[in-house]
Design a protein around this ligand. Structure first.
Ligand SMILES: Nc1ncnc2c1ncn2[C@@H]1O[C@H](COP(=O)(O)OP(=O)(O)OP(=O)(O)O)[C@@H](O)[C@H]1O
Length: 264
């Protein structure tokens, strides 16, 4: 008898992955975007924040093999391969910005394509599980993906990525262009995936909401990391509050306070 547990996001039979990045540089042709980046992605949910053009998507693309990189990346105790199909086989999957679904295929067909590396029987089992994890998609199994709302399409993209039972799921701005309620839903899906044993690395522009669901965060500016730490601490840090949350940090010294007052 085929047996599988009936709890959300239990596709992943392996332990949550850890990723170590050391001295990573990457860019486009002669244009170097990332310079000597070092970071670690631990089990749970890690968010990468930063202004437009900071290099956040470039980092995910470099980790996914879509662009070349130098430096070292380890997934647990093995060096991460450099070719995308090998990276996927090792359990690292990217949901790119813009989702890249097949609009003329149904939800079910899009999900099945996410399990293309998986033997047929297991793929069917994972599809059943995906419909348990994403009940909204079960109702829409026969709908063409291109006719769904932005939020629903993003959900299909995440569910499709989960079909390969990744150990590390990378999400590039999953909430881009979505209504606030869908943003919340998508971020909570990311949280649930992390809670159920798949490490999640997410780029997000919704700083406040992302830090509220994440365990840890990195802040990137002009291709380098400028801050990192526990999400709760980052949310209170001056670098985040000043740059992203619209709150001026308290001046560090009485002199700075006087200067700020004079300038106001
Ligand atoms: N295919 C490309 N060819 C050349 N340059 C690129 C390419 N993609 C991105 N860049 C450049 O790399 C830099 C970093 O872009 P990236 O998309 O990684 O930033 P980001 O932090 O993800 O910002 P955003 O939130 O706007 O997507 C930018 O200067 C961008 O113009």
């Amino acid at each position: 008898m085929m047996w599988y547990r009936n709890t959300p996001f239990n596709l992943n039979e392996q332990a949550a992955a850890r990723l170590w990045v050391e001295d990573l540089s990457a860019g486009y042709g002669n244009f170097l975007v990332l310079r000597n980046l070092s970071l670690e992605v631990l089990p749970g949910l890690t968010v990468i924040l930063g202004p437009n053009g900071a290099g956040k998507s470039t980092l995910l693309k470099a980790l996914n093999g879509l662009i070349g990189r130098s430096g070292h990346v380890w997934l647990d105790d093995a060096e991460l391969p450099s070719k995308t199909h090998e990276i996927v086989r090792s359990g690292v999957v990217l949901v790119p910005e813009g989702r890249q679904l097949f609009p003329q295929l149904t939800v079910r067909e899009n999900l099945e394509l996410g399990g293309w590396l998986v033997p047929k029987g297991l793929r069917a089992q994972r599809l059943d599980q995906a419909f348990i994890d994403f009940p909204k998609l079960k109702e829409r199994a026969s709908q063409l993906a291109g006719t769904m709302s932005g939020g629903e399409q993003q959900m299909v993209a995440v569910a499709r990525a989960m079909m390969s039972a990744p150990r590390l799921l990378m999400l590039d701005e999953p909430s881009l262009g979505l209504a606030p309620r869908m943003v919340d839903e998508l971020l909570h899906i990311a949280r649930r995936i992390a809670d159920n044993g798949t490490t999640v690395l997410m780029v997000e522009q919704n700083v406040k909401k992302a830090l509220a669901v994440a365990d840890r965060g990195y802040v990137m500016e002009r291709g380098t990391l400028v801050a990192s730490g526990a999400a709760k601490l980052l949310a209170r840090s001056s670098v985040i509050r000043e740059a992203y949350l619209g709150a001026a940090a308290a001046p560090a010294t009485p002199r700075a306070a006087a200067a700020a007052k004079a300038a106001a």
